[in-house]
Design a protein around this ligand. Structure first.
Ligand code: CMC
Length: 464
């Protein structure tokens, strides 16, 4: 990989102020480790030389106490329920900007001037179409395929088409890849839906905003004119903004890890989509709706609240809890209001929303949820809005992926420009057999192999 610019180096050097002392109680030996200070947020202990100096590793499955990189993009204070993109509060952005403003902000660090905005939107519009051969890929999938399965495949395949944006050492090519990904995701996602219906693929329209174009790609048919409903377009815009980035979450960390080996950006983003798909991450919006359908009536809520608290029951209240937020997720607060606005303006009375509000009320006053500080997260309300917008449940995570693409690519780009970047290569605490003698097949004993999935909510006591 080419040596990236030294952009972040001086920032960290200036930030060193205090140190932490680590003492081995057995030998009495001590080592000093510097602390690093960001612009806001807790300081971190710089353990980069820990192993070379002490011969020990840290053990932190799930990275709950580990900063894997420095970043200028997004700041979260989970205790206070604060989320800032490049310093701007998420609710300000969600209420006052449009999605491509936020894309520009995440990629370039500043909100665009009117000229920047015109130029950026024109650049994105240039890349919204899909190569005809790529569009033919869809016919290789089952009509019943989950759209996220199609997304992983088609986005991965972009690297087979756009060779003029896979040289990661060229800043121009990196930016072109970023623009292509942002521009093509609505088309790729909408075609997955159209394919499932057997409807023709519409072409994107450059006259429309990003959100309007997405709605038109999804819902227009060639036989009638598609009228954009401004209420729906505004809600779509907000949903995209609220999903645009969330610092080092599982999918973004996946993109960074894939990119750390110098893989091309299309392959890295395909890896991010795969990571997002799981119900503990982006798949939760789909899971919330499925859960509400299963609960079905308010009188059954107590039963599900009890199930969620039972350590021997793998059921979790979907759309509740977050690794970082130990307070209301600020994205959920914005969406809660949007949800009411959308349903009111469309004149929809959705009993699912009543059920969700009652579930939220009961959970928030329940001791288990209070003690564990489990609050509604972004996925709790987004599903209800997306349903009002007419999206089928299995497209919810696709919409999350479309919104998050800019976050993935902004982090990938930041990593490529940082002098700190090294191949991601965690270590482990080995708990397997020590060295033993090889036995030939005839002399081996039969063993019953039982597969254990207990780590994945097999009992809440074993939760990740
Ligand atoms: N329902 C019931 N109990 C829960 C829940 C829940 N939704 N979430 C966490 N807990 C319990 C968990 O059982 C554990 O209990 P104990 O301490 O007794 O073992 C404790 O709370 C801590 O949970 P954890 O699994 O150790 O926390 P985590 O930080 O590893 O997991 C999470 C975070 C989001 C995966 C988890 O809260 C969860 O599974 N929530 C439901 C799925 C969901 O809504 N995901 C969307 C996340 S937001 C969108 C995004 O950014 O992707």
């Amino acid at each position: 990989m080419a040596k990236p610019s030294l952009k972040n180096e001086s920032k960290i050097a200036q930030a060193v102020r205090h140190s932490f002392t680590l003492t081995d109680n057995e030998t009495g030996q001590s080592w000093e480790f510097p602390t690093l200070h960001g612009t806001i947020g807790p300081k971190v202990i710089d353990t980069r030389k820990l192993y070379s100096q002490t011969g020990v590793f840290t053990y932190d499955p799930g990275f709950a106490s580990t900063a894997s990189c420095t970043s200028d993009i997004t700041y979260i204070d989970g205790d206070a329920g604060v989320l800032l993109h490049r310093g701007y509060a998420i609710d300000d952005l969600a209420k006052n900007t449009d999605y491509t403003d936020v894309c520009y902000l995440l990629l370039h660090g500043e909100l665009p001037s009117p000229e920047n905005k015109l130029e950026f939107d024109a650049e994105i519009n240039q890349h919204t179409m899909l190569h005809e051969q790529l569009a033919r890929f869809y016919s290789g999938f089952m009509r019943s395929a989950h759209p996220m399965a199609i997304m992983v495949g088609v986005v991965g395949a972009l690297s087979a088409f756009y060779h003029d944006s896979t040289d990661i050492t060229d800043p121009m090519q990196r930016m072109r890849a970023a623009h292509r990904l942002i521009a093509k995701m609505p088309t790729i996602g909408a075609y997955a839906y159209k394919y499932s219906l057997g409807q023709p693929f519409p072409q994107p329209s450059n006259k429309l905003t990003y959100s309007e174009n997405l709605l038109r790609l999804m819902f227009s048919v060639p036989t009638t004119d598609y009228e954009i409903n401004p209420v729906l377009a505004r809600a779509m815009n907000q949903i995209l903004i609220l999903h645009a980035d969330h610092e080092q979450n599982a999918s973004t960390s996946t993109v960074r890890l894939a990119g750390s080996s110098a893989a091309n950006p299309f392959a890295c983003v395909a890896a991010g989509i795969a990571s997002l798909w799981g119900p503990a991450h982006g798949g939760a919006n789909e899971a919330v709706l499925n859960m509400l359908t299963e609960i079905s009536t308010k009188d059954r809520i107590d039963k599900y609240i009890k199930k969620a608290q039972d350590p021997d029951d793998k059921f979790r209240l979907m759309g509740f809890g977050h690794r970082v937020y130990k307070n209301y997720d600020p994205r959920a607060e914005v969406l809660r209001n949007t949800c009411h606005e959308v349903l009111d303006e469309l004149g929809i009375h959705d009993p699912t929303l009543d059920l969700a509000m009652e579930l939220e009320r009961i959970a928030l006053s329940n001791d288990y949820f209070k003690e564990k500080r489990l609050y509604p997260n972004v996925d709790f309300y987004s599903g209800i809005i997306l349903r009002a917008l007419n999206f089928p449940t299995n497209m919810f995570t696709v919409l999350f992926a479309i919104g998050r693409t800019v976050g993935w690519i902004a982090h990938w780009k930041e990593m490529m420009e940082s002098s700190e970047s090294r191949i991601g290569r965690p270590r482990q605490l080995y708990t397997g057999s020590t060295k033993r003698e090889f036995t030939s097949v005839a002399n081996r004993e039969h063993t019953d192999r039982k597969i254990s999935w207990s780590w994945l909510w097999g009992g809440k006591k074993n939760g990740s």
